[in-house]
Design a protein. Sequence first.
Length: 660
Amino acid sequence: MLPAPFSNLEFQPRTSGAVTILRLLAASSPNWPEVALVVARDPALSLALLLAQPLAGGELADGLNSILRRRLERIGTDLLRAWLLGLGHSNAHGGASPDLALLRAECALHLAIETHYARPDEAYLAGLWRGFEQAREPGDATPSAKHVRNARSLSALVRDCGLPASLGDALELGPVLEEQLTGAHPLLSIVVAAERLAAPQWQEHLPETARLSGLSEGVLTSMRTDVAYIVSGHAAYPASPPLPPGAEARLPAAVIDDPYRSAGMLGLLTAAFVDLDPEQVEDRLAIACPLFGLHAVPTLLAEDGEGRLRPMLPAQEGTVPALIDELHLRLDDDTSVIALCARSEHATDFALHGNRIGRSLIDWQAARWLGYKGFCCLPLTSNGQAVVALIGVNHAGELGSELRWRYAALLGAAVRSLRAALHQRKEIATREAALHQRFRDHVRKIVHEAANPLTVIKSRLEMLGIQRPEDAPLQDEMVQLNAELDRIDNLLRTAGDLPRETVEVPHCRVPELLLDMRSIYGDTLFSERGIQLELRAAKKLPPAAIPASALKQVLLNLFRNASEALLPGERLVVSVSSQVTVDGRASLEIRLVDNGPGLPPERAVDLFSPRASKKGGDHQGVGLAVVREILSQWGATILCRSQPGSGTSFQIFLPLEESA
């Protein structure tokens, strides 16, 4: 977008210059020096670029064309197209005629060089931009008030470009007598002399021009002749940029006749595919291709970084892209027109001729698989990586330059979006891998630090067992405690591993598990707090379809909640029954009933969702959410009933092991 102050100036870029730039930008690799040369001849475009990125101190010494080129490359092809479209185009041009402005600018440049002015490019810009304030209203002999205001605005903008105020003075300088220039800044004399030399009757002003510049009339005459030749010949806009062989596939009549329409089409297509994931790109192509006259989404082959051309879109087994992938077509294949298109970035064609194979068996097979009498290869090179689209055709010339360009525009927009999406996925995968590695390193450190206290605890338990070998109950508890410590050690060691299929038996016997848990946690959680724990289970219950470790984690969460909620003298009763059918499946029921204070009403609402805990300490309020998540993984459910002052009950329904 142009800076806001520039919109107050009623000038537009030269139509011929803007059209030439759009033509140059249609190439796969724009010729930026040539684009910069066109911009340097246009007052509006050159001023706008320098306003967009003001000059740094001493930068003008690099040369005007180099400065403009850097800014153009920074803007980029797509944004530059959009900018030119936003400016619009009109044959009307404020100020003096374009040829006269360029002639004056070249004269000022050459005068500055001949008179050894330190900054000749400043003189060139002064001659080029001075044309703005020279504009006349129809029938007026003097500049209109409107254009005088514009000249003043332009002078201020010159300073915004990082140029010295002396250049602004040269732009605002009105009619001046020769003697008034004595002692003035040398740039003013150069600009006035350039105006005299660029005038239609320049020979009549030669004596005055010679006095202003200090150059002889002979030198000035020779200079004026050279400048006129430059402006009328080498500096003129070409009817079209020279095209390399095969470029007509990318630059059809649409680009040459109406580059604004073609540039707008490219912008719209880019917007249509931007920020889509690969699946969405494929879906949009499936809709867009028929609209553009294509029978189906063409086969898109892209260089894979190892010298092979492979399908860009997912290919199902037996489809044309999948079969071509099995050919292992290489980019350096010197017989295939597909590889030639990818290397040269020029459109190529292949046609079947009866049973004659031609130079490449790969091309012959690809044409047969496509189901046409031949195919056209369109180059869609993106960010230096070769991409080719294969479009089936039935006769030579079926795809004219207009159709080829249109299809290349459509498919090229899709390819750019695919590239961006795949690059983003790769970056995400790389970041995730790095994050996983950091996590695993962190877990290894924790495991290392936790191994020491676990070893001490196990050693102490072993010593207690040695000291009291006759205490059978103690020996049984030692076995259980050592098993739990081993389980903790195993959990720590596997915490950094990625999830994998469990090797644990996916069923357990609930009564035995409850007895083990009471022997390990009964005293710590209940007896030492004066809470009674009762276990009731029917005889010969079948196994439940849940691993022992998962059910143990569920029950331990519920046991802890109960022990923290109950007061001394209260009790928790855990009963197990298998006479339950849930959703048509035989299930085992575990019921936990206490006679405690019950749940607060606000907690009973959405009980199994994570929320901040009010217990303090290390409590995080996620225990019951974890319980429900574990049970749901194994097809089990849990219900809760609670009434303030009357206790709480939980019912767990576990599907039975089907083989039981």
